[in-house]
Design a protein around this ligand. Structure first.
Ligand code: UDP
Length: 364
């Protein structure tokens, strides 16, 4: 009999970019936080990730091969992509060949292949689905996993789950962060922030347009994933008061985010969660976003920020002018109450325990 806290877990990370590059988005911080907290609790974690991956303090097994195209750049009806010598296939192969060393495998890669391979693993293969529904072939496999294996699917929010054909089959885990890494700032400086991957689905242009309308300063942080998109924005808004501060590590990033008057988050897709929202709240920074997806579940309208009708940029601009009505301490308190790493990891543990054969385990 084995104690649950001594489980050995293999994570299959994103296959679209090396961890630490910023291109994988929120999944990088998600894996780092979860692995750190699980290790604190006595679990062992190994992380399969593309060559070049760096994640502080983690045991990374680096796998070679060509990166997978991002699902958000493909159409809903596109068939699963499989590049020559695909890093995702190589990670799945490694996981399959070494599965007997692990008690369970958790896949974070938003792709068809690991879902399709679920029945071929003897060691339970679980899936954390990190984005909303984007592709019919992936949806189909999600449905298949759900019908054959109860409790193998989890995701971030109810809004995200509702985009899939089997919303009731998901365990909704929410998210948590290491709040000690985020400093509360009572008195902000005179600028707003936008933080994220600079890529069309993240909708930076809406925030820039709102800054342009209000003549308020915007500081942009994050990886320039789509330089063409960035240049288009620069050409369209040449006179906006805007600074690009680069892609920064959490410590520096929160230093700039934390001193801002508000985070502006203007996604063009159904955001599955939005790590940056809880990172902002942790610093006492209110969030102005659209009433859809993760932001609509995390932000309490008029309490921890403002929610505008999706795509309504004048409304975003108006809320920027009203931001002093929000109590920054309330934002920090909300993070302390709802988004601790410990509570999130508790939910993760409950999920994996439900998915495993309980006879093999005793809870310590
Ligand atoms: N991020 C960062 N440094 C930056 C900008 C962003 O570390 O300069 C991280 C941020 O901490 C967050 C992630 O990028 O974890 C973005 O994740 P989010 O869930 O907000 O969006 P996604 O990219 O997954 O769509």
């Amino acid at each position: 009999m084995q104690g649950i806290h001594s489980l050995k877990i293999l994570f299959i990370s994103t296959s679209v970019a090396p961890l630490g590059s910023g291109i994988g988005g929120g999944v990088e911080l998600t894996i780092l936080n979860l692995s750190n907290e699980l290790k604190k609790r006595g679990y062992q974690t190994d992380i399969l990730a593309p060559i070049g991956s760096v994640l502080e303090g983690q045991n990374i097994i680096r796998i070679e091969g060509n990166l997978q195209p991002k699902a958000q750049y493909q159409s809903r009806t596109d068939l699963p992509a499989s590049p020559d010598n695909s890093v995702l296939s190589n990670m799945c192969k490694y996981a399959n060949q070494n599965q007997s060393q692990y008690d369970l495998i958790v896949n974070f890669s938003y792709d068809w292949l690991p879902l399709y391979l679920t029945p071929s693993f003897k060691t339970p293969l679980l899936h954390f689905i990190s984005m909303s529904s984007l592709n019919d072939a992936i949806d189909f496999e999600i449905k298949r996993v759900a019908s054959r294996f109860p409790n193998r699917l989890s995701c971030n929010t109810h809004s995200q789950a509702s985009t899939f054909p089997v919303p009731e089959k998901f365990t909704v885990l929410g998210k948590g962060i290491d709040l000690a890494k985020y400093q509360y700032c009572e008195n902000p400086e005179d600028y707003f922030t936008w933080v994220g991957r600079i890529s069309r689905e993240k909708g930076l242009e809406d925030a820039v347009e709102a800054a342009d309308m209000t003549s308020l300063k915007l500081v942009v942080l994050g990886k320039k994933e789509d330089p063409v998109y960035w240049n288009e924005i620069m050409m369209k808004y040449p006179h906006t008061d805007m600074n690009y501060a680069g892609f920064l590590q959490t410590e520096k990033m929160q230093g700039i985010l934390g001193k801002s008057r508000a985070l502006i988050m203007t996604p063009r897709w159904i955001e599955a969660f939005g790590n940056v929202i809880i990172e902002a709240l942790a610093c006492g920074v209110p969030v102005i976003s659209y009433r859809i997806g993760g932001p609509s579940e995390i932000i309490e309208d008029k309490v921890t920020g403002f929610l505008a009708k999706p795509g309504n940029i004048p409304e975003i601009a108006n809320y920027m002018k009203m931001i002093d009505q929000i109590d920054r301490n309330m934002c920090r308190q909300t993070a302390l109450k709802n988004y601790t790493l410990e509570a999130w990891c508790d939910r993760f543990e409950q999920w994996i325990f439900r998915s495993l054969d309980k006879d093999r385990l005793t809870i310590l």
